[in-house]
Structure formats: C-alpha cells, structure tokens
Design a protein around this ligand. Structure first.
Ligand code: NAP
Length: 497
C-alpha cells in the first residue's frame, strides 16, 4: 500500500493563456509533491468560452459542478466572458454556485521585481466580499434609456466577510484591519458594512482597527502602501483596490487569489485570459502558482506550500530565468526572457531552496484555511430584536416625459384620502414641489407618497389602490415601500427633500 498523502483537486485550465499557466502550476506542484510524499489526483474540468460555444449559457457544465462538489477544492485558470450576449460570467457563476463569499488577494513585495515602492515593505491582504453588492447582478431597464442595478448588502454577508478578515489577521499574525467603505454617501448599504466593521473591531480588540473611505484608501495606497495590513471591503470596491494593490508589487503576472466558502474553495490568478499571449509560451505563470500555494495551505499541506513559494521567490531573486513581463519591467531585452516552460523548469530546479534577500515562506506566520465561527442570529430571533416594520408610505418610480411641474401636479391630485405626495425627484434630486435649478430631463421620476396620518401604518390595500390610480397617468416601473423600525426610517432623503 502506498504511503502517499493524496488530494483530489479539480483543475480548470480555462481560456487563452489558462492552459499554459495551469500546466506550469500542475508541473511545479507535482514535482514538489513527489519530494514530499504527496500526490494530487487532478480532475480536469471545463468552464468558460468553450462551454458557452457549445451552447451552455451558464459557462459551467454539470460535470464541472459535480467534480468541485466532490473535491471541494478547485484550481482555476482564467475564463473568458463573452461580451454582449447576456451570458453571466462563468467566474461569477462559480463563486455564487459554491457561495465562496471571501475573496482573498495578497500583495507583497517580491524579490527581483522592480517597482516604484521597492524596499518599502509592502505586505497587505485585500479581503473582498464576493457574493453581494452590485455583483448580485440585479439589473433592470427602468425605461429604454434608464438602467438600474441593485446594490445589495446584507448584515449576514457583511458580518461573514469582516469576521473572515479579522480571523485571517489573527492567523497570519497581522496587526491591523482597515474596513474600507463609501459610508459617507451610501448610508444604508456601505453604512451597514462600516457599522458592522466597528462592532466586530471591539470583539477582536487586540487587533488595531480603523475605517477609511474607499477613495482615500486608493489615495493612501499609492502614497504610502506599507501602512496597510488587512483591508476588507465590499465586492466592487474590493475588486478595484485589489487590482491597484497588485500593480504596486509588479502587476498581474504576480497577483494571486483565493475564493473561500464554508464548503468549497477556488484558487485562481487575478489576471484574465490575456488572449494576445495565448499559445505563445511566454506568459508568466507566477500568479497561479502563488494561488496554488494558498490552496496547499488550505488543504493542510503547509510545508509543501512553503517549499513551492520559496522556490518561486528564489527563482525571481536569482534573476537568471525570468519571464518576459519581468524582463520588460526591469527595462531589459525581452529576447533574454525565458518561456513559460523555461521559468517553470527553473522553479522546479529551485525546489528545496529559498530566497535570501526577503524572509522565506517558512519563517512567516502561516495562514491555513479560515473558517470563522458563525455567530449571526437566526431570522426569527433577529426579527424579535429589531421589532416589526411600520409602513410609512411608498416610492413609486415612473417613466414619463412630462415636465416635473406637470407630473407633480397630476400625481398630487391622485394622492387620495390616505396619502400626501411629499416630493417628486429625478436622479435623487427634488424637482417638485421645489424646482431644481439645473434639472436635466431623463424621462424617469420617483414620486414619494407618505401616509397622511403618520401615526397609522399604511395597509397593502391602500398602497395598491394608490398604485392603480398612478397607473392611470404614468407608466409606473417599480415600487419601494417606505418603512421604519423603532422610529428609524429605512430610506434616505432625496437631495433637497
Ligand atoms: P487580462 O487577460 O488580465 O490581460 C490584460 C493584460 O495584463 C495583458 O495584456 C498583460 O499585459 C497583462 N497580463 C495578464 N496576465 C498576465 C500574466 N500572467 N503575466 C504577465 N502579464 C499578464 O485582462 P483582459 O485582457 O481585460 O481580459 C481578457 C479576458 O479575460 C476577458 O474575457 C475577461 O473577461 C477575462 N478575465 C477573466 C478573469 C478570471 O477568469 N478570473 C479575470 C479577468 C479577466 P501587457 O499587455 O502589458 O503585457
């Protein structure tokens, strides 16, 4: 009987340069594993462009889903998203199918890679919420020419990701967690994220916690990136600042990432399929190889992870076999660069060695998989805590080419005995009863109706009767109930309201 420690892993080579970086990574992992008495049972699976071409609109076939359900671990090359055919990104589909809610992207100064920040000691991790926010993909045309996306943020989703960030900080012996948000503008969505960050900061007290507005994070990252340790952010902001972070330390060729869920984890490079380099054997595979080291730690192969990471760092530090993106950054002649295969061979030769100019992987605190204990309360208990909602009125969104004065006057006449039309707004600015000085017509308004008797909750029947009356004069498109909890309004005011 073999004494090998075996791990089944789903490998998705993906599109463009994907198969080349996936093969490089697999070769390095197999070589390292053979030295350590470990073996991988690779389950090769398809996703992305080839799958869309076969007519599967999800981009992720059932066989691939089954494989990941079995192995619970996937190493993935980049997947192309067809533009303009309504298909969802296969990447986003994979993350959502397996609820991999935590996207982790480290950015650390690497030996041998020239950057503007060389020597400043950049070593940060961006923790990005991976399911919610604008990536929920809930979009509707409100009129032919007015588009709307829903920015969905939940208490549970925010708590899971912020807790994840703190737990990661603890395991990696990191000192500070920065919650980044746009709470100054988005009071409810980003505001909730910020508040939960503050609540949890108290629970993880030995770790220094701060909050920064996301635009200032971008500014500070360029000005003084070494101040950051762990940054946690909502989905879209996290996406943008993690690309910025990878640019600080050498670019997409080095940017690794992991998507963690409670059951499944998917490891991938940040970069895409780089189609212009596909099949040319010139692409830098480091990003996926470093993502694979995160995978090795996740499955408990800590020494193996250190060995692979140290061999990569030693190869970059040696500078004898560098891929063309690095040679270009160094200002050298790309003719002197090695191929993807050449770089892979050099890393394999360096297994067992480590860098000398930066700490070796083995000498740094090691993060294994992070599974924070869920402490969020169940729905019923939460309902008892916050109490029932009181309905105060309704926002009715209408498509109309009437002037603000005309639409306002018509809608006010429909208010009936139970409501007052408090205001009409266009793109968040009141245009009736007060005129907005620089109003620009987009053919879409919001009418805010509030109950005349504010001490009485509004019934569904009253609301529906109002909507039916409005339908007589304008095309209503969607409704938002205006509710409050314990006297606190659950909706923002328009500018000028
Ligand atoms: P990209 O594929 O990341 O490539 C953009 C540029 O980044 C490349 O032209 C190259 O820059 C550099 N680059 C990327 N990977 C590199 C590597 N391994 N080594 C060195 N340099 C590297 O972005 P894109 O062209 O915007 O996207 C192409 C396709 O990929 C799209 O279909 C997109 O949807 C998809 N995509 C997939 C994922 C994913 O699967 N997670 C992520 C992003 C994009 P130079 O031209 O300067 O050499």
């Amino acid at each position: 009987m073999s004494n090998l420690r075996r791990h089944a892993v789903t490998i998705i080579p993906g599109d463009g340069v994907g198969p080349e970086v996936a093969l490089a990574t697999r070769r390095i992992l197999d070589a390292a594993a053979a030295r350590a008495g470990v073996a991988f049972d690779w389950e090769e699976a398809e996703a992305g462009a080839s799958v869309f071409l076969k007519g599967d609109q999800t981009g992720v076939p059932q066989a691939t889903r089954d494989s990941i359900e079995r192995t619970r671990v996937a190493l993935k090359g980049p997947l192309e998203t067809p533009v303009g055919f309504g298909e969802k990104s296969a990447n986003v589909t994979l993350r959502k199918l397996f609820e991999t809610y935590a996207n982790v992207r480290p950015a650390r100064e690497l030996p041998g890679i020239p950057t503007r920040y060389k020597g400043e000691g950049i070593d940060m991790v961006i923790v990005r919420e991976n399911i919610e926010d604008l990536y929920a993909g809930i979009e509707h045309l409100q009129s032919h020419d007015v588009a709307q996306a829903v920015k969905l943020i939940t208490r549970k989703g925010s708590e899971k990701i912020i807790r994840f960030a703190y737990e990661l900080a603890l395991r990696e012996n990191r000192k500070k967690v920065t919650t980044a948000s746009k709470a100054n503008i988005l009071k409810f969505t980003e505001g909730m994220f910020k508040r939960i960050g503050e609540e949890l900061a108290a629970e993880y007290a030995p770790i220094e916690a701060n909050h920064l507005i996301i635009d200032n994070v971008a500014h500070q990252m360029v000005k003084d990136p070494a101040q950051f340790d762990v940054i946690v952010a909502t989905n879209l902001h996290g996406d943008i600042i993690s690309d910025l972070a990878s640019g600080l330390v050498g670019g997409l060729g080095f940017a690794s990432s992991a998507n963690y869920g409670d059951e499944v984890a998917i490891f991938e490079a940040v970069h895409g399929s780089a189609p212009k380099y596909a099949g040319k054997n010139v692409i830098n595979p480091t990003a996926l190889v470093l993502s694979a080291t995160m995978m090795l730690r996740h499955i408990g192969e800590l020494d193996l992870a250190d060995q692979v990471e140290d061999a990569v760092l030693a190869t970059l530090e040696d500078g004898k076999a560098l891929p063309q993106d690095v040679v270009r950054q160094q200002g050298g002649d790309v003719e002197a660069a090695v191929s993807t295969t050449g770089f892979t061979d050099a890393v394999i030769e360096n297994l067992g060695r480590g860098p000398t100019s930066v700490p070796t992987a083995a000498s740094r605190p090691r993060a294994t998989s992070v599974k924070p204990h869920p402490r969020w309360v169940d729905g019923e208990k939460r309902l008892a805590e916050v109490g029932p909602a009181t309905v105060l009125g309704v926002d009715i969104f209408v498509e109309s080419l009437l002037s603000p004065a005309e639409i306002g006057t018509k809608l006010a006449a429909l208010s009936g005995p139970n409501f007052n039309l408090r205001m009409v707004s266009s793109r968040g600015v009141v245009v009736w009863p007060k005129a907005a000085p620089a109003f620009d017509h987009v053919g879409f308004f919001r009418a805010r109706f509030i109950a005349r008797d504010e001490t009485q909750a509004v019934s569904n029947e009253e609301l529906l009767a109002l909507v039916t009356r409005v339908a007589g004069v304008a095309q209503w498109v969607h409704l938002e109930k205006l509710r409050s909890w314990g006297g606190e309004e659950g909706f923002t005011r328009a500018a000028g309201e």
